[in-house]
Ligand binder design. Structure first.
Ligand code: NAD
Ligand code: UGA
Length: 465
């Protein structure tokens, strides 16, 4: 089956970039990305392509090339589904905030809505692709909804989880380690798998396109994120021990990473992992394990989250204790709010939790991030409901100029590893701060020796400095 028209439901961090690359690499396929969020679609269609809603290096150039040619962004969800041979579901699957499984299970209401909508508007056979990260066996529920429409339309369901990381989405999509496609093992299922393989084969070498059954594919995505997050929690656990013993976590990471069985990636100690997925996906894994009565499996993975929460809290408490056990009324400058560099995404960013802790200690926070707006920072803090919206507005200021941001501060906390932080005039920053001037580097980003020479009191995660 040759695919001519694709619809992607969900124009977010995954749907937007993924479809932009498919459109770029497959000019013969019409790709329409739809979303209920009118503002998001308007931003994707913004005349000035630098205003698209997601900041990802290299993305705007690709959108500029394909948009209007074979890439379209629209709010006409029904129309796009109706016209498509293949429908990607790329909507959000957040942690449930209510009812059974609250705080752990994935909330599948958006997925179910999509399935019902596809069922109700389809008049021709379609391949439905799960792009969102889903609990294992979700395809079963989607099949049930789609196969019981009674209108004679045939649907094949595939699982095609996305492994891109934010900040490197374009390179990850153009050159993926692997593309994973799970499908039914019968002839129709395998035909659907082939149709999707053929799309990726336009730019991904065949040997990197892996096909499995549906359940292996769904579970592999949760497993991959759990393993990645586990590495961060493992090195972060060691960072605390390093600080007590005089070992340097960077040296330890290098030493173990040179063992080819361990590998050098994902061993960067930090203030804690953030992002919309690691925590949500591990909680989901824990919930699934518990629902099968596998309590030891559940406890094992839950520890990754417990360690991560500890790391965020530990960073904040160490700021307070170093600043003579009080930060009340003191100005603390934050460098970075995004959950990692090269993205404007702040979901579950460690900065939010460190800020919350310090605001509870009545600190005044001055926040600078090269890509995150004041509105976003305030909305992140308001979302926690730790204090009134007024108190959040009184407790923080946001600056677009880093030197202004640090002026008069008692301390600087580095929360995101933006490269530009390394290039600042640190002498100038030092001169305008309260003395002693502290830097708490939550990312092991800055050159501590250089800063100490200037006069800063410098502390970095896991180095004992
Ligand atoms: P997102 O919140 O950025 O985007 C989801 C979009 O779906 C939103 O714009 C929302 O308005 C839209 N939506 C929800 N229900 C809809 C409906 N019924 N009809 C039309 N639009 C609807 O989410 P995201 O970060 O793109 O993540 C999407 C999925 O991909 C999640 O399951 C996530 O776990 C997974 N994932 C995310 C990443 C990442 O880096 N963000 C990477 C891999 C996988
Ligand atoms: C992660 C995975 O890397 C992707 O493969 C996956 O597709 C995606 O989740 C998803 O499912 O959403 P992402 O969250 O965008 O991607 O970014 P990562 O590079 O994985 O970083 C996650 C967090 O871990 C960040 O806060 C980062 O700063 C932190 N981290 C990462 C560390 O603290 N140390 C490291 O060594 C690596």
């Amino acid at each position: 089956m040759e695919i001519e028209s694709i619809c992607c439901i969900g124009a977010g961090y995954v749907g937007g970039p993924t479809m932009a690359i498919i459109a770029e690499k497959c000019p013969h396929i019409k790709v329409t990305v739809v979303d209920l969020n009118k503002d998001r679609i308007a931003a994707w269609n913004h005349e000035d392509v630098s205003q698209i809603p997601i900041y990802e290096p290299g993305l705007s150039a690709i959108v500029a090339k394909a948009r209007g040619r074979n890439l379209f962004f629209s709010t006409e969800v029904d129309k796009a589904i109706h016209e498509a041979d293949m429908v990607f579901i790329s909507v959000n699957t957040p942690t449930k905030t209510y009812g059974l499984g609250k705080g752990m299970a994935a909330d599948l209401k958006y997925i179910e809505l999509c399935a019902r909508q596809i069922a109700s508007v389809s008049t021709t056979d379609k391949i439905i692709v799960e792009k969102s990260t889903l609990p294992v066996r979700t395809a079963e529920a989607i099949k049930n909804i789609l196969h019981n429409t009674g209108n004679g339309v045939k649907f094949e369901i595939l699982s095609n989880p996305e492994f891109l990381a934010e900040g490197t989405a374009v390179t990850d999509l153009l050159n993926p380690d692997r593309v994973l496609i799970g499908g039914d093992t019968d002839a129709e299922g395998q035909m659907a798998v082939k149709a999707l393989v053929d799309i990726y084969a336009n730019w991904v070498p065949k040997e990197r396109i892996l096909t499995t059954n549906l359940w292996s594919s769904e579970l592999s995505k949760l497993t991959a994120n759990a393993f990645l997050a586990q590495r961060v929690s493992s090195i972060n656990a060691m960072s605390e021990l390093c600080e007590k013993t005089g070992a340097d976590v960077n040296e330890v990471a290098r030493a173990i990473g040179m063992d080819s069985r361990i590998g050098s990636k994902f061993l960067k100690a930090s203030v804690g992992f953030g992002g919309s997925c690691f925590q949500k996906d591990i909680l989901n894994l824990v919930y699934i394990a518990k629902s099968y009565g596998l309590n030891e499996v559940a406890d094992y993975w839950e520890q990754v989250i417990i360690m991560n929460d500890h790391q965020k809290r530990r960073f904040a408490t160490s700021i307070v204790s170093t600043l003579y056990n009080t930060v009340s009324g003191k100005k603390i400058a934050f460098l970075g709010w995004a959950f990692k560099k090269d993205t404007n995404d702040t979901r579950e960013s460690a900065a939010i939790y460190v800020a919350d802790y310090l605001l509870n200690e009545q600190a005044n926070l001055a926040i600078f991030d090269p890509q995150v707006s004041e509105m976003q920072i305030l909305s992140d803090l308001d979302y926690l409901e730790s204090r009134s919206t007024d108190a959040n507005r009184k407790g923080i200021s946001v600056s677009e100029d880093v030197y202004e941001n640090c002026k008069g501060a008692h301390a600087i906390a580095v929360l995101t590893e933006w490269d530009e932080f390394k290039t600042y005039d640190w002498q100038k920053i030092y001169e305008n701060m309260q003395k002693p001037a502290f830097v708490f580097d939550g990312r092991n980003l800055l050159d501590g020796e250089e800063l100490q020479k200037i006069g800063f009191v410098f502390q970095s995660i896991g180095t004992g400095k």
